[in-house]
Design a protein around this ligand. Structure first.
Ligand code: ADP
Ligand code: SF4
Length: 684
C-alpha cells in the first residue's frame, strides 16, 4: 500500500485502531485523565487545551477527576464538575472540541469521600468508615449506611447519564489513586465495616462491582466503561499490591469493564518526577494485568520514546500508551511519530511544574511547552505561530532557556536571528543544573531547542561570544533581546532577611553558582535555604555525597518546602536524613562568623551556634542586567527576557522567550493581555 507519510514502519503498530467496548480509538495514543488547574473555572481554556491534543493525534482524551455530586467536592481545587445539569455545557464544549478533531472524549467520574472536606456544600463527608478527612481540615467523615450506598450508586448513574448527554464516549469508574470512595472501600486501612461491604476482599470490591454494572447498564450501549485502578499503592501489605490484593481485584472484575487503566498510587508515585524515577517506572507493577483480562489495557510511565512504546505493545504489557505529562509537554507527540518527525518531539522533562498548577489552584504551566494553558486565552498554538511582520533582524544574547526559546520561535516565524552565547555550550542554567544529582532529563529543555534551531537556516548561533555593549551596537540588528540569566547572590537577602546577613571578616560564604562551577567548600558546611525549591536540597545532597559534613537550615517547616507542590518533598527530606545531613527547620541564619554560624528560632528567637567552615547561601538570585542597563536608550528595540529580567523557574524563562517571539512586531491588545473567563451573575 502506498504510504502517505514518512512514518517509520516500525511504528505502524502504534497507529492501529483499538476497539474499546462500543467505541473505537483511532490509534494507541491515550491521554489519561490529568488535572490542569482550569477545569470548571476556566472551561474554555480547558476545552481548547484538550482539543489541541486531539488535533495533535491523541486517540482518547480524558478530563481530570470530575466531581459527580455536591456531597463530594474539593473546595477551591479546580477540577471538573458534574453535580447537576448546569455543568453539562462546560463538558459538552470539551467534547465538541475533541470530536471536531477526530478523537474520543472520556470523563473520570469521581467521588472523593474521605478525601474532601466539602467546604463549599457544607455536607458531611462520607466514606466506608468514619475517619478524619485527608486534607488538613478539622473535619471528619462519617461511615456510609445502606441508604448512603444506594444514594452513592445513584449519583454514579446520574453522572454517567449526564456524561453521555454531554457527549462523552468513554466513562470512568475511578479508583486510581487513594483519593476516591471506591478506592477507600477497597482499602483495609480505610474500610473496617462489618457488613457485606467490608472485611474480605470480595466484600470490599462489592461497591466497585455494583457501580461498574450500574454504569454499564445506564450508558454501556453507546459508551465504553473504563476502570482506573491503582494496582499497587506502594505501601507494602498495608495497601493493595500488584502481587496481592491489587492483582486479585483485577482478576475478580477482569471482563466487566471495557478498558483497564492501571497505575500505582498515591499520586506522587503515579506522577513520579525524573529526579527519582526513569521512563517506564510503573511497568513492573502493571505488567500482569494483560494476563488476567482480554480487555484493552492502558498504563503510564512518562513515555516519550516511540521505540519503548512499540516494545510495550509487542511484549503484551499494554494496548494503549497512556500519557498525561508527555501529552502536556508535546500535544503533537502522536502526529510527530506518525509523520516520521521523531526529532521534533518535545520530551517531558519530568519536573512536575504542571502538577503545581493543581496544587496551587491556577491554570497549569509546563516547562517544555510555553503554550500550555494559553491555547484559548492567548490563542497560542503549540505548533503554529504567525509569520514575521517585517524583514527584521534580531540579536539574542544568552542561550539559556529564554534565549533558546526566543531564537527557536523567532526562527519559526522567519526572522533573521543571531544567538550569541558567552560559553562554549547552549542551555545556560539547564546545561549546568542538569549535572546535579537526578536532573539529567532537564537537559531536554536545551536539546529540543538546539535541534530545532540547527534546522533553521535563518538562525545563526555563535558560541564563546560574550557580548559587550560596543559589540551589540556594532552588530546593528533591528531588535536586541538580552537573555543573560542570573547567578546566586551571596548577600543572604531573601524572604527571611530583607537586608544582608551580617558576617565577620574571615567568614567564608559561597553560593550554588560557585558549587556548580566546581568550587569546593571548606570545613563543615551550613546550607541556608531561604529559596525553598530544589536548589538548597540538591546542594545538601551533592555536598554530603562528596563527604562534607552538612547542616541544612531553613526558616520553612521542612526541606525544599515548595517541592510539596511537585510531590517530591517527602523523598528529598528522607534522602537527606538517610544520608546524614543534619536538618534544622524553622530557623533563620542571622550571623556568619569565621568558624561559627548563628541561627535563631522563628518563634522564640533563641540563638544556636553551629560549627561552620562555609556558609552556603541559597536565598535569591541576581539578574545579569548590566548589559541591558548599558544599552538602555541606545537601542530602540531592546528587551530583557527570562532570568535577567527577574529570576524565576525554567518554565517562566521559556515562557518569556516564547512570549517575546510571539509579540515581536505585533500590535498587542490594550489592557489585560489575555481573554478572561468571568463568572456569570445570577438574576436575583
Ligand atoms: P534564562 O533562564 O533566563 O534563559 P540562563 O542563566 O539559563 O538564563 O542563561 C543565560 C545565558 O546567557 C548563559 O548561558 C550565559 O552564559 C549567557 N550570557 C550571559 N551574559 C552574556 C553575554 N554578555 N553575551 C553572551 N552570552 C551571555
Ligand atoms: Fe513534563 Fe515538566 Fe511539562 Fe509537566 S511541566 S509536562 S513534568 S516538562
Amino acid at each position: 500500500m502506498p504510504r502517505d507519510t514518512a512514518r517509520d514502519p516500525r511504528y505502524d503498530i502504534l497507529f492501529e485502531p483499538v476497539k474499546i467496548g462500543p467505541v473505537t480509538a483511532r490509534n494507541r495514543f491515550y491521554q489519561v485523565p490529568h488535572c490542569n488547574g482550569m477545569g470548571h473555572q476556566y472551561p474554555s481554556s480547558m476545552a481548547e487545551m484538550r482539543g489541541v491534543k486531539a488535533e495533535g493525534g491523541w486517540a482518547v482524551i480524558n478530563t481530570e477527576e470530575c466531581e459527580i455530586d455536591y456531597t463530594s467536592e474539593r473546595g477551591g481545587a479546580i477540577e471538573s464538575r458534574l453535580w447537576d445539569d448546569y455543568d453539562i455545557p462546560v463538558l459538552a464544549k470539551m467534547c465538541d472540541k475533541i470530536h471536531a478533531r477526530g478523537a474520543l472524549a472520556g470523563i473520570e467520574l469521581a467521588h472523593m469521600g474521605q478525601g474532601s472536606a466539602n467546604c463549599i456544600s457544607r455536607e458531611v463527608p462520607m466514606g466506608p468508615s468514619a475517619r478524619p478527612v485527608d486534607m488538613l481540615y478539622p473535619v471528619q467523615s462519617r461511615a456510609m449506611d445502606k441508604a448512603d450506598i444506594k444514594a452513592f450508586r445513584k449519583m454514579h448513574v446520574d453522572a454517567a447519564l449526564r456524561s453521555k448527554r454531554a457527549g462523552f464516549d468513554l466513562i470512568y469508574v475511578y479508583a486510581g489513586h487513594d483519593m476516591t470512595t471506591l478506592m477507600h472501600f477497597l482499602s483495609r486501612a480505610r474500610n473496617d465495616r462489618m457488613d457485606e461491604y467490608g472485611g474480605s476482599l470480595e466484600n470490599r470490591v462489592r461497591l466497585m462491582r455494583e457501580v461498574l454494572m450500574d454504569t454499564k447498564e445506564a450508558v454501556g450501549d453507546t459508551c465504553a466503561i473504563a476502570i482506573r485502578l491503582a494496582v499497587d499503592e506502594m505501601a507494602g501489605n498495608s495497601g493493595l499490591t500488584s502481587t496481592g490484593e491489587g492483582r486479585e481485584v483485577v482478576e475478580m472484575l477482569a471482563e466487566l469493564p471495557d478498558l483497564w487503566d492501571v497505575n500505582v498510587s498515591g499520586w506522587e508515585n503515579d506522577s513520579a518526577t525524573s529526579r527519582f524515577s526513569d521512563e517506564g517506572y510503573q511497568t513492573d507493577y502493571i505488567s500482569f494485568v494483560k494476563s488476567v483480562t482480554t480487555k484493552p489495557v492502558v498504563g503510564v510511565g512518562r513515555f516519550t520514546s516511540p521505540d519503548a512504546m512499540v516494545s510495550l505493545i509487542k511484549k503484551g504489557v499494554l494496548d494503549f500508551i497512556g500519557a498525561a505529562r508527555p501529552s502536556i509537554a508535546d500535544p503533537f507527540l502522536p502526529k510527530k511519530v506518525e509523520e516520521g518527525r521523531i526529532e521534533d518531539i518535545r520530551e517531558c522533562i519530568g519536573c512536575n511544574i504542571c502538577v503545581t498548577g493543581d496544587h496551587l489552584m491556577h491554570p497549569m504551566r509546563c516547562t517544555q511547552n510555553p503554550t500550555m494553558g494559553e491555547e484559548w486565552r492567548k490563542g497560542w498554538h503549540p505548533e503554529r505561530i504567525a509569520p514575521k511582520t517585517a524583514d527584521d533582524s534580531v540579536l539574542i544574547i544568552g542561550a539559556g532557556p529564554a534565549g533558546l526559546e526566543a531564537a527557536r520561535a523567532l526562527g519559526q516565524r522567519g526572522y533573521d536571528v543571531t544567538l550569541a552565547e558567552a560559553t562554549d555550550r547552549l542551555g545556560g542554567r539547564v546545561a549546568v543544573e542538569s549535572q546535579l544529582p537526578g536532573l539529567s532529563a532537564w537537559k531536554r529543555v536545551a536539546d529540543y531547542r538546539e535541534y530545532q534551531i540547527s534546522q533553521m537556516p535563518n538562525v545563526n548561533v555563535y558560541l564563546e561570544s560574550e557580548m559587550t555593549p560596543e559589540m551589540v551596537l556594532e552588530f546593528g540588528t533591528d531588535h536586541v533581546a538580552i537573555a543573560a540569566g542570573s547567578s546566586w547572590s551571596d548577600t543572604g537577602i531573601g524572604r527571611a532577611n530583607r537586608i544582608a546577613i551580617p558576617r565577620d571578616a574571615g567568614a567564608k560564604v559561597m553560593t550554588p553558582s560557585q558549587i556548580m562551577a566546581g568550587e569546593t567548600p571548606e570545613g563543615p558546611v551550613v546550607i541556608f535555604d531561604d529559596d525553598h525549591y530544589y536548589m538548597g536540597g540538591l546542594m545538601a545532597e551533592k555536598l554530603r555525597a562528596a563527604g562534607h559534613e552538612v547542616t541544612y537550615v531553613t526558616p520553612a517547616p521542612d526541606v525544599s518546602t515548595w517541592t510539596h507542590n511537585t510531590m517530591e518533598q517527602h523523598i528529598i527530606q528522607t534522602r537527606l536524613m538517610n544520608m546524614g545531613v543534619r536538618i534544622i527547620p524553622l530557623h533563620n541564619l542571622t550571623h556568619i562568623g569565621a568558624e561559627h554560624a548563628t541561627v535563631s528560632c522563628n518563634y522564640t528567637e533563641a540563638e544556636t551556634k553551629l560549627p561552620c567552615g562555609t556558609a552556603l547561601l541559597v536565598t535569591m538570585r541576581s539578574a545579569h542586567d548590566s548589559l541591558f542597563r548599558a544599552l538602555e536608550g541606545q537601542v530602540e528595540s531592546l528587551q530583557r527576557i527570562g532570568d535577567c529580567h527577574a529570576p524565576s523557574t525554567i518554565a517562566a524563562a521559556v515562557y518569556a522567550g516564547h512570549r517575546y517571539a510571539r509579540e515581536l512586531g505585533e500590535t498587542l491588545p490594550e489592557g489585560t493581555p489575555f481573554r478572561r473567563e468571568l463568572p456569570l451573575l445570577a438574576a436575583d
